[in-house]
Design a protein around this ligand. Structure first.
Ligand code: CO
Length: 466
C-alpha cells in the first residue's frame, strides 16, 4: 500500500520564530515565496503564532497585508496558521465575537488550514475557534500539547483525541514544542491515535533534544500522514527537522514524498543568505540541548533561568530552581510547559527558591491560574497551595470565555478614526497598544511620502530587542 508522506514547511512561521526572533520581513519572505510554492509541499505554515504581534511591534508591517501578499504569491500550496484557541494570537482569552470574526477574516484573507491548540489541552478553550473554522469552510486541525508527566500517559492523549474527533476536527496534530517526544513513544502514540480516530495525523516536533528526526521516522512507520519540517538553513536546534533530511530519508520507499530534493538546493542557498542578514536576531541556540531531556522542560526555559539568576548574582541556585520546577508543576496539576504556562511555572519556581518560602510571593498570572481563569488543569491542583495563593476565593469551573462580554463594539468606539477595516479592529482587540501605535503611524504615513517608501519596501523601521 502506498502511504505517501506529506510535508508541511514551517520555515516562514515556526522556523523564523524559533531561530530569528520572528523578525523576517515581508520583502525577504516574498523573495522566496513563489519558489517555495513550486516545491510540492502539502502546506506552508506562514502565519499566526508570534508573527502577528511581531509584524506590528517590530516590523511596522500590517500582518493582514502580509497574509494577502502571501496568498497572492503562493497559488498552489495550502496556507496554514497556528492559533492559540481562545487566546487567538494574543496572551489572554478573548470574547467569542472576536474569535468568530478573527477566524472569518483569517480565512477570507487566504488561510486554508487553522491549527488550534490550548496550553492546558482544555478543549473548551478550543471549541469556539474550531466551530468558527468549520463554519468558514477551512480545514480545522486541533493540536494536542504534548508533555510528559504522571498524568500525561498514552491513554490521556488518546482520550483527548477521541474528543477532538467528536468535536468535528478534520485532522489532529501532535505538538511537541519542547522536543521531548521519544521515538518509540511517537510510534505508540501515532498508532493509538490512528486506531482511535482514523483522522489524518500531523507531527510537529522541535529539534531541541536531537530526537525529532528519529521520532518522525517512527511516527511515519506508525501511519503518520504529515510531518512539519523547515528548509535546512532554518531547521534543527530550536526549529524543526530539515525538509531535505526527511524527504531524502523516504525517497524510493513506499513513503516517498514525491518532492525532488534538488529543487530545494537553490532555495536553501537563498535562505543561508537571509539567515545571515538577520544575524543580530539569531537566537544561536545549541545544536542539541541535552538538558531538555534531563529536566523535561523547554530549552528556552532553562536559558531564561540562567540569564535571570546571573543578573541577580545567584547562578549557584540554578540546581534548586531546576528541582523546584517539577514541584510547582505538580502543585498546578501538571500543565504542559508551553506559552503561557511555561512562563508561569518558571517565574514561580524562581520566586519560591529566591523568596525563601514557597508561594510567599506569587505573580498575578499564577493567581488567575488558581482561580481557574486559564481553564481546567490536566490534574487537580494542590488544594493547600491554592488556599495559600488565592485564600477562600472560589475558582471558576465554567469555560473561562463564558464570563467575557462581547468586545467588538466597544473596541470600535475606542479605536475611532484609526480603524479603516474590520482587520484593523481585530488587530486592536488582540494587541490594543501595539496596534494603535501601528495604525497611528500608518495614518500619519499617508501624508508622508518618505515614510511610505520605507514602509512600502517592507523594511523594519526600528528594531527593539526582546
Ligand atoms: Co512549534
Amino acid at each position: 500500500m502506498i502511504q505517501k508522506v506529506k510535508i508541511c514547511d514551517t520555515t516562514l512561521r515556526d522556523g523564523q520564530q524559533s531561530l530569528l526572533a520572528t523578525r523576517l520581513s515581508l520583502e525577504d519572505i516574498l523573495s522566496v515565496a513563489e519558489q517555495m510554492d513550486q516545491i510540492g509541499f502539502y502546506s506552508m505554515e506562514v502565519w499566526g503564532g508570534a508573527t502577528f504581534d511581531s509584524c506590528m511591534r517590530f516590523l511596522n508591517e500590517d500582518p493582514w497585508e502580509r497574509l494577502r501578499q502571501l496568498r497572492k504569491t503562493i497559488k498552489n500550496t495550502k496556507l496554514q496558521m497556528l492559533l492559540r484557541g481562545q487566546n487567538l494570537l494574543g496572551y489572554r482569552h478573548y470574547a467569542d465575537d472576536v474569535v468568530d470574526e478573527f477566524v472569518k477574516r483569517s480565512v477570507a484573507n487566504g488561510i486554508d488550514i487553522i491549527r488550534i491548540f490550548d496550553a492546558l489541552n482544555d478543549l473548551r478553550n478550543v471549541e469556539r475557534s474550531l466551530y468558527a473554522t468549520k463554519k468558514e469552510g477551512a480545514h480545522a486541525q486541533v493540536a494536542i500539547s504534548y508533555t510528559n508527566s504522571p498524568v500525561h500517559n498514552m491513554n490521556y492523549f488518546v482520550n483527548i483525541c477521541k474528543d477532538i474527533k467528536e468535536m468535528g476536527a478534520d485532522s489532529i496534530c501532535i505538538k511537541d514544542m519542547s522536543g521531548i517526544l521519544y521515538p518509540f513513544d511517537a510510534y505508540e502514540l501515532v498508532s493509538l491515535i490512528k486506531k482511535a480516530t482514523a483522522l489524518p495525523v500531523e507531527l510537529h516536533c522541535h529539534y531541541t533534544s536531537g530526537m525529532a528526526a528519529m521520532s518522525y521516522l517512527k511516527a511515519v512507520e506508525a501511519g503518520c500522514d504529515i510531518l512539519d519540517c523547515a528548509i535546512s538553513p532554518m531547521a534543527l536546534s530550536a526549529s524543526q527537522p530539515a525538509d531535505e533530511t526527511m524527504i531524502a530519508s523516504f525517497a524510493g520507499t513506499k513513503y516517498d514524498t514525491g518532492i525532488d530534493i534538488d529543487a530545494l538546493a537553490a532555495l536553501a542557498e537563498k535562505f543561508k543568505l537571509i539567515r545571515q542578514e538577520y544575524h543580530k536576531f539569531d537566537l544561536a541556540s545549541p545544536q542539541v540541548d541535552p538538558n531538555v531531556l534531563r529536566y523535561q522542560m523547554p530549552g528556552g526555559m532553562i536559558s531564561n533561568f540562567i540569564s535571570q539568576l546571573r543578573e541577580g548574582n545567584a547562578l549557584d541556585r540554578l540546581p534548586e530552581v531546576l528541582e523546584e520546577v517539577p514541584r510547582v508543576r505538580a502543585d498546578m496539576g501538571y500543565p504542559p510547559l508551553v506559552t503561557p504556562s511555561s512562563q508561569m511555572v518558571g517565574s514561580q519556581a524562581l520566586l519560591n527558591v529566591l523568596g525563601g518560602e514557597r508561594y510567599k510571593m506569587t505573580t498575578n498570572e499564577i493567581k488567575n491560574y488558581f482561580r481557574g481563569e486559564y481553564g481546567q488543569p490536566p490534574a487537580p491542583v494542590n488544594e493547600q497551595i491554592r488556599k495559600k495563593v488565592i485564600g477562600d476565593e472560589q475558582p471558576i469551573t465554567c469555560r473561562p470565555a463564558d464570563l467575557l462580554p462581547p468586545q467588538l463594539e466597544a473596541a470600535k468606539n475606542e479605536l475611532g478614526v484609526y480603524m479603516e477595516t474590520m482587520e484593523d479592529l481585530l488587530s486592536y482587540c488582540l494587541f490594543p497598544q501595539v496596534a494603535k501605535d501601528f495604525l497611528k503611524t500608518r495614518l500619519a504615513g499617508k501624508t508622508n511620502v518618505e515614510f511610505n517608501m520605507v514602509h512600502g519596501a517592507g523594511k523594519p523601521v526600528s528594531y527593539v530587542p526582546i
